[in-house]
Design a protein around this ligand. Structure first.
Ligand SMILES: [Zn+2]
Length: 99
């Protein structure tokens, strides 16, 4: 029997490069920007019409898609639900893109 011609990634065990991400998200520069975004957006999700408590400081254009890490204009505060939706949409868009 022939095996698959294209290897697939087992997403149940695949992990992002955690060490690199951890270093950035614990840097003083990120923590200062994160706190500034939370303060300026008054702790509320920035999605129009959403009234939830904001929890995630999100990169509008994700870092892995070339978004600026420490640019205030690339950051917004999102609730868990809106953050999950944004992250899933960015992942789907990435998967559609030719490599
Ligand atoms: Zn929201």
């Amino acid at each position: 029997m022939l095996g698959p011609r294209v290897r697939t990634l087992d997403t149940s065990v695949a992990r992002p490069p955690a060490k690199v991400a951890d270093r950035f998200y614990s840097s003083p520069e990120w923590i200062a920007l994160r706190d500034r975004v939370r303060r300026e957006e008054r702790g509320r999700c920035s999605t129009p019409g959403c009234r939830n408590h904001g929890f995630y400081v999100d990169h509008r254009t994700e870092i892995r898609d070339g978004g600026a890490r420490l640019d205030r204009s690339n950051c917004r505060l999102l609730c868990a639900s809106c953050h999950g939706r944004h992250t899933a949409a960015a992942r789907a868009e990435r998967a559609r893109r030719p490599t």
